[in-house]
Design a protein around this ligand. Structure first.
Ligand code: ATP
Ligand code: FE
Length: 337
C-alpha cells in the first residue's frame, strides 16, 4: 500500500509518502512569513499553502521515488485547524484522488499527533494498548487514554491556553520572535531552572490552565524591568530555564496523576512541544523513577508533518475506512468524532 499524505492545518505545508507503515518521504515547507507578525496570519497562511502545495507534493513523490500512478490512496488533514489552510489541502487531496481514481481518507490532526508513534522505525518501539498520550502542541493540551487506534478518550485538557501558546506568548514577552517555544528551549539549556519561581495553577483533576502563568510572567517582567531596564538581557537564560521548569512540572504532575488514576504505565507524548528538551528529559527519567515505559517521538514527527497523517491514512485504509468526495474541512474537529 502506498499512501500520499497532505497536511496543511496551520502554517506548515507538508506532504509524505508511506509504504505500508514505513515513511518513504516527509517534506515540510515551514512558512517564514509569520515571523514578522509575531504569530500566524490566517490569510497569509492559506496563500502560502496555495503556493507551496504542488512543489511540496512533487518533492515528496520524487524523494520516495514513486509515481502518482502507484498510489493506493490520498490521506489529508480534515481538521482541526485554520479553515483557509485546511481548504487548500482538502481541495488538493480531493482533486488528486478524483483524478487518479483512488480512495480519499480524512485524518484528524490531533489523532495523527498521537498515532505518529505507529510509524515503523528500527530504533523505536511502538506502544501497546491501552496507553496514555499527552498531546502538547500550539493549539491543544490533552491527556488521552488510547484504547485502540480509533478508540480514544480525553481524560483532561486545557481550560484556556495551550502549552505551546504559553511558550510562544511568554517568549513574546521577552521580545523573542515567533514561534518562541524552540528559542525558550535553547536559552533554558544555558540557564538555572530554579533562579526564579513562578506559581503553578491550581486546577483540579486532569485539566490544565496556562493563562495565569502567562500573567504572572508578565507582572514579573514588568516589575523587574522597572527596577532594571536591562533585566531581560542580563537574565534571559535563567528566565527561560525557570519558565520551562514550571511548565514541565505542570505537565508531569498531571501525567503522574493520570497514570495513578488509570493504572496505566505506558506513556507517550506528541505534538510540537514534545520536541522540548525539558519534557523529553523528564519523560526519559520517568522510566526509572515511576517504572513507566515512555514513548517520545522523533523530532521529525513532533511538529506538524504529513508522515503522521500518512500513518493514520494507512491504518484507516486497512480498516476500509474511506471518505466521500463531498467532504469539507472542519476547523473544530473533536478527537474520535
Ligand atoms: P495543533 O497541533 O494543536 O493544531 P499546531 O499544529 O499549530 O497546533 P504544532 O506544530 O504541533 O502545533 O506545535 C507547534 C508548537 O510547538 C508551537 O507553539 C511551538 O512553539 C512549540 N514548540 C516547538 N518546538 C518546541 C520546543 N523545543 N520547546 C517548546 N515548544 C516548542
Ligand atoms: Fe499540530
Amino acid at each position: 500500500i502506498y499512501i500520499l499524505a497532505i497536511e496543511s492545518s496551520c502554517d506548515d505545508t507538508s506532504a509524505a509518502v508511506l509504504h505500508n507503515n514505513r515513511k518513504l518521504s516527509n517534506v515540510v515547507a515551514t512558512q517564514k512569513i509569520h515571523e514578522e507578525y509575531g504569530g500566524v496570519v490566517p490569510e497569509l497562511a492559506s496563500r502560502a499553502h496555495q503556493q507551496n502545495i504542488v512543489p511540496v507534493v512533487d518533492r515528496a513523490l520524487a524523494k520516495a521515488n514513486i509515481d502518482k500512478k502507484q498510489l493506493s490512496a490520498i490521506a489529508f488533514t480534515r481538521g482541526p485547524g485554520l479553515m483557509g489552510s485546511l481548504l487548500v489541502g482538502t481541495s488538493f487531496a480531493k482533486s488528486l484522488a478524483q483524478g487518479l481514481g483512488i480512495p480519499l481518507i480524512e485524518v484528524n490532526h490531533m489523532e495523527a499527533h498521537i498515532l505518529a508513534h505507529f510509524i515503523k522505525d528500527e530504533e523505536q518501539s511502538m506502544p501497546g494498548f491501552p496507553f496514555l498520550a499527552m498531546t502538547i502542541s500550539g493549539g491543544h493540551t490533552q491527556i488521552v487514554k488510547v484504547n485502540d487506534y480509533f478508540d480514544m478518550e480525553i481524560l483532561g485538557e486545557t481550560l484556556d491556553d495551550a502549552v505551546g501558546e504559553a511558550f510562544d506568548k511568554s517568549a513574546k514577552l521577552l521580545g523573542l520572535p515567533y514561534p518562541g517555544g524552540p528559542l525558550i528551549d535553547a536559552h533554558a539549556k544555558k540557564g538555572n531552572p530554579k533562579a526564579f519561581k513562578f506559581p503553578k495553577p491550581k486546577v483540579e483533576g486532569l485539566n490544565f490552565s496556562f493563562s495565569g502563568l502567562k500573567t504572572s510572567i508578565l507582572y514579573f517582567i514588568q516589575k523587574e524591568t522597572a527596577a532594571n531596564p536591562d533585566f531581560i538581557a542580563e537574565n534571559i537564560d535563567d528566565i527561560c530555564a525557570s519558565m520551562q521548569y514550571t511548565i514541565i512540572n505542570i505537565l508531569m504532575d498531571k501525567l503522574k496523576l493520570a497514570s495513578k488514576q488509570t493504572g496505566i504505565k505506558q506513556v507517550a507524548i506528541g505534538g510540537g512541544v514534545s520536541a522540548n528538551s525539558g519534557i523529553r528529559k523528564a519523560l526519559t527519567e520517568a522510566n526509572k523513577k515511576y517504572g513507566w515505559k515512555t514513548y517520545i517521538p522523533k523530532f521529525e514527527y513532533c511538529t506538524d508533518n504529513a508522515a503522521m497523517i500518512g500513518i493514520v491514512g494507512y491504518l484507516k485504509f486497512m480498516e476500509g475506512s474511506f471518505t466521500d468526495q463531498g467532504v469539507s474541512p472542519k476547523a473544530r474537529f473533536a478527537l474520535g468524532s
